[in-house]
Design a binder for this molecule. Structure first.
Ligand SMILES: NC(=O)c1ccc[n+]([C@@H]2O[C@H](COP(=O)([O-])OP(=O)(O)OC[C@H]3O[C@@H](n4cnc5c(N)ncnc54)[C@H](OP(=O)(O)O)[C@@H]3O)[C@@H](O)[C@H]2O)c1
Length: 330
């Protein structure tokens, strides 16, 4: 396993990470044995970053990850998240502190290595699901800094989803140590200039910008929630209905487009679509760790082997440009 600097945090993380979210579902809906076996296998393969959130399985992911790590007597880097609700916005610091206390108690820990803001960021506060403004994010950063002084969190980050210009404002503030970013072979714009005719949100090289300013970068949706396997069939433990992030209208549209990259496996650059998707993301050195959401031990094993193969060859990357430029014309 390759290890990468996690921005200026002083932490090293494995190039492949373990997503404990609802989409893969293993750490939420798997049996105790399945969860412990998977975490043990990941640790054994050298995975050192585990990503959870207060909201995954309504807290169950944190409970299950904490229990598995205690059973295995392991202490890898753990990141969790705070999602503020509209009613929290009158007193953001209090809501952040409350959420972190609850996360620590579910994890069974006195401190978590990384705390992240889960809400999307936009120019105005959103109604219903709380979209926060960059100013709100600064208030959250202040609350995280206070928790850092109390020794409850080691580093803090935000989720790079929402309005691109607002996300850049938060990056440029220098108040966060890390960013999560949606980055995959369907939408590579967090890591490189948008291809001509690019049909999706342009993240404006968020990953590169944040990495250059010393932030650790966590890639999410590396498999476009599973669509990059080319199939819409869901594993029994996986979320059965998933909304894409920064890609097509639905999972079926993303799965269909996944076949546009078939030259990668037909011409021998990778062994299959999932391997190609993981190796594409890991190939960008700005990415500190590429998260994959797992539904089974087989999927975890597959991702470990893919990561061990390293980046796609340069020639494959050059050929990708033509596929991307064709995507917007369809
Ligand atoms: N901050 C945020 O707002 C945010 C948002 C999203 C994700 N995340 C983080 O990123 C992590 C990963 O994201 P994600 O789970 O949403 O998306 P993902 O990693 O792109 O996709 C996960 C899905 O890929 C499929 N898959 C995995 N390995 C496979 C294999 N070897 N072969 C075929 N299919 C395979 C599984 O679906 P099927 O087998 O059912 O097809 C699984 O449910 C999450 O767990 C979470 O930690 C954070």
């Amino acid at each position: 396993m390759e290890y990468r600097t996690f921005g200026d945090t002083g932490i090293q993380v494995s190039a492949l990470g373990f997503g404990c979210g609802d989409v893969g579902g293993l750490m939420v809906r798997g049996t105790v044995q399945e969860r412990v076996d998977a975490v043990a296998r990941a640790l054994d393969a050298g995975i050192t970053y585990f990503d959870t959130a207060s909201g995954y399985g309504r807290g169950q992911s944190e409970i299950n990850l904490g229990a598995a790590l205690r059973q295995l007597k392991a202490s890898p880097v753990v990141g969790t998240k705070v999602r503020l609700l509209p009613e929290d916005l009158d007193n953001i610091p209090a809501a952040v502190a409350r959420s972190v206390e609850n996360s620590l108690s579910r994890l069974g820990a006195e401190r978590v290595d990384l705390i992240q803001l889960h809400n999307q960021i936009g120019p105005q506060r959103g109604e219903g699901q709380a979209i926060l403004t960059p100013d709100d994010a600064m208030t959250v950063a202040g609350a995280f800094e206070d928790l850092g002084k109390q020794g409850k969190v080691g580093a803090w980050g935000f989720t790079g989803l929402g309005h691109t210009a607002s996300l850049h404002t938060v990056v440029d503030s220098g108040r966060f140590n890390t960013a999560q970013t949606s980055y995959n072979i369907l939408n590579p714009t967090s890591g490189q200039p948008a291809p001509r005719n690019h049909p999706y949100q342009d993240y404006g090289m968020l990953a590169q910008r944040a990495a250059e300013s010393g932030m650790g970068i966590i890639a999410i949706r590396v498999l476009a929630a599973g669509a990059l396997s080319g199939s819409t069939e869901r594993h029994t433990l996986a979320a059965q209905s998933v909304a894409p992030i920064g890609t097509g209208a639905d999972l079926a549209a993303d799965a269909e487009l996944a076949h546009s990259f078939s030259f990668l496996w037909d011409d021998g650059y990778a062994q299959g679509p999932v391997q190609a998707a993981i190796r594409f993301v890991i190939g960008n050195p700005a990415i500190s760790t590429a998260l994959v959401g797992y539904s089974s031990m087989e999927q975890l094993d597959y991702a470990i082997t893919a990561a061990e193969r390293g980046p796609l060859p340069g020639e494959a990357l050059e050929r990708l440009q033509a596929v991307w430029e064709g995507m917007g014309q369809g």
